[in-house]
Design a protein around this ligand. Sequence first.
Ligand SMILES: CC(C)(COP(=O)(O)OP(=O)(O)OC[C@H]1O[C@@H](n2cnc3c(N)ncnc32)[C@H](O)[C@@H]1OP(=O)(O)O)[C@@H](O)C(=O)NCCC(=O)NCCS
Length: 367
Amino acid sequence: MSAAAELNEEADYPEVCSVSRVLGTGYNLPDHVVTNDYFASYLDTSAQWIRDRTGISERRWVEGDVPASELAEPAARDAIRRAGLQPEDIDGIIFATVTPDYIFPSSAVFLQARLGCHGGLAFDVNAVCSGFLYAIATADALIGKGIAKNILVIGCDIYSKIINKNDRSSCILFGDGAGALVLGANTAAESGGKDSGTQVVEARGVGVSGSGETLCGIYASELGADGRHTGILCVPSGTAAPVTPESIKTDAHYLTMDGREVFKLAVRKLAEINESIVVSQGFSLSQVDWFASHQANQRILSAMARSLGAPEEKMLSNVEKVGNTSAASVPILLAEAEEQGKIKSGDLVVLSAFGGGVTWGSMLLRW
Ligand SMILES: CC(C)(COP(=O)(O)OP(=O)(O)OC[C@H]1O[C@@H](n2cnc3c(N)ncnc32)[C@H](O)[C@@H]1OP(=O)(O)O)[C@@H](O)C(=O)NCCC(=O)NCCS
């Protein structure tokens, strides 16, 4: 339990600290819709099987060669505009992806060039489906250290280029997409009207709420990995397994997955990390307004809700329409939920993700 939470165990509203908060969101999906019927047209599967076992009805795939930075650009521009900023106000870009434009330079620098905001930090993060959680936690830490002020955090993946379209157990799951969020320094002056009692305790703007107040911003994050499970979800192409004419002939360079094993680990870990991040800050699960969890499978989300004792209406879901978009999943979900008027200012939100590695991450924030 954090020091802030320990100090306020008895309080109805725990005292929390926050160095950064969400200023704006955006997302972008390719136009091309791929329905379940498409897979049924050439694989031994059915639209109904896919719908029943995953909750997915359709996903979007790019057409032709689209670099990740190109797919991300409209999402980034929307997030910057909704933050009330200009591209030149962005002094950091963190780009979560496992499908970058090139091996290097990073997609972050390609996006920086597209946006025309040169000079700030820019790098990619590879933590597979947990990549966005790793990226936003890193952005929060960099803002806390005063290294950057307004960081554009991107989750963007184009799995249609790395899946084996003849593997019915994996190719049906994934969609392409991009989500973006601008994270800015949290100061009393900037954090809106709700946190009237907020103190600015450091020059960089670490806000601390008192009892009964609703300080907006990121309260806490937790990240983890267990490298004993590298084999259950993997794209085996790289220095350990160079792409050769033979590997191409046998499709060995595409994504491989032990779906059943991933499913079991994901349900257990997601329930565990959602509960621990909430309790660590002195809140109870019933105080959470929205759970924004990685969209892998509706059955995983439902199992998680049951395990947490949370009403399923609080589990944001768009997996039916977009499938699993990996690092883009959580930011697309957040941007859509905000656009639809679901997540509102002052709501208590838990973000969480689980993915290849295996990796996981969670975050508690006040929107
Ligand atoms: C992939 C997944 C949908 C498969 O569903 P499942 O209920 O676990 O199914 P199983 O893997 O147990 O397979 C059951 C049967 O369905 C078959 N099957 C797999 N995909 C199929 C498909 N698209 N259509 C029809 N049958 C399929 C399997 O071959 C298996 O057949 P068998 O019993 O004859 O061996 C599910 O395991 C899943 O979503 N796992 C998590 C994947 C994930 O989220 N990955 C990304 C994490 S970030």
